[in-house]
Design a protein around this ligand. Structure first.
Ligand code: SF4
Ligand code: SF4
Length: 321
């Protein structure tokens, strides 16, 4: 896979955010708000958040909501839209994401994916739940996409949260200059670090990038005495195979045995299929059956054989009984 996008981080004055979830319990300790920053240096074939990959504003289209009025075509100054048998087609090479079509659309079939925030705006928004964070030992997680693509902003955002005694967590794919980590980690309490595939060639095949830099960053983070959670998505025909799980387990136990607090293995779900449809694309993993409990048990036994303490192992996601 060839990736040609420009990954220049933003100036830090504003961030591009594509979602904010309140009341999450999966993205770090306790009850949290997760902020999803747009832009990612990886392009995992199974990506559950395809709207988070590009570090740029975008619109998308939901055919089921479209009433065929064609107001959007009239509104577009770039002539980037056309009406087809499949509904409205967006020519993305022409679209400048001005949002005029979304404003004109009476049924919200066309909508903006993202929103820009200043640090003041985003801090004020998440602090609405400060009492809940404190009551339920939670806080705020920066996720994505890859939040380190907007490291200047995230560092300042976290600094402001720490001023307000709010716990912070960074959810990272690990593919970044370590200088980006250094902007954020001084204000970070917990790091959620993805280790998806240990074999670098396989990592490149499925994510578009090799993993040497990721593993090197993990070694560095592991020396900082932060709370560290490792996360591995379990994707059939990609990450969820015995060799990969054994390799990751061995790496963790040999290289950073005392540094990580837990290893979460998250079984995939197909909920992202509808997002791909909004981009007029098919999810490459559509139609796969959920992982079976017997497969999860086999992975657990492999991990235990690598001497990972059982209390560190967490399986999550959709698992068929
Ligand atoms: S966002 Fe703007 S440029 Fe893009 S299709 Fe809509 S109106 Fe046209
Ligand atoms: S304005 Fe909205 S509802 Fe009307 S044709 Fe365009 S996308 Fe469909």
């Amino acid at each position: 896979m060839k990736i040609t996008k420009d990954f220049k981080p933003s100036s830090g004055k504003q961030a591009l955010v594509f979602d904010i979830y309140r009341g999450t319990t999966h993205d770090g300790p306790g009850l949290r708000t997760t902020v999803f920053f747009k832009g990612c240096p990886l392009e995992c074939l199974w990506c559950q958040n395809p709207e988070g990959i590009r570090l740029a504003s975008e619109i998308w289209y939901e055919k089921n909501l479209c009433i065929g009025c064609l107001e959007c075509l009239k509104a577009c100054p770039r002539h980037a839209l056309s009406a087809t048998e499949e509904g409205i087609c967006i020519e993305r090479s022409l679209c400048q994401a001005c949002g005029k079509c979304a404003d004109a659309c009476p049924s919200e079939a066309l909508s903006r994916i993202d929103q820009r925030y200043t640090v003041d705006e985003l801090t004020a928004k998440v602090l609405r739940d400060a009492d809940y964070f404190r009551a339920f030992n939670g806080g705020v997680t920066a996720s994505g996409g890859e939040p380190l693509l907007q490291a200047d902003f995230v560092g300042e955002f976290f600094r402001r949260l720490k001023e307000n005694s709010i716990s912070t967590a960074l959810d990272s794919c690990g593919f970044a200059d370590f200088s980006a980590f250094e902007k954020v980690l001084p204000f970070t309490d917990c790091v959620l670090f993805d280790v998806k595939i240990l074999n670098s060639q396989e990592h490149q095949r499925f994510t578009g990038r090799p993993n040497e830099r990721i593993l090197e960053n993990l070694r560095k983070v592991s020396q900082l005495h932060k709370r560290l959670w490792i996360r591995t998505p379990l994707i059939p025909n990609a990450t969820a195979n015995e060799q990969n799980i054994r390799d990751i387990g061995r790496f963790l136990q040999q290289e950073i045995p005392d540094a990580f607090e837990r290893w979460e293995l998250c079984a995939f779900n197909g909920a992202c299929e509808s997002k791909y449809r909004k981009f007029n694309r098919a999810w490459p993993f559509a139609g796969l059956a959920p992982l079976q409990e017997a497969e999860i048990d086999a992975f657990r036994n492999i991990i235990l054989a690598e001497k990972i303490p059982p209390e560190k192992i967490v399986f999550s996601g959709i698992i068929a009984q």
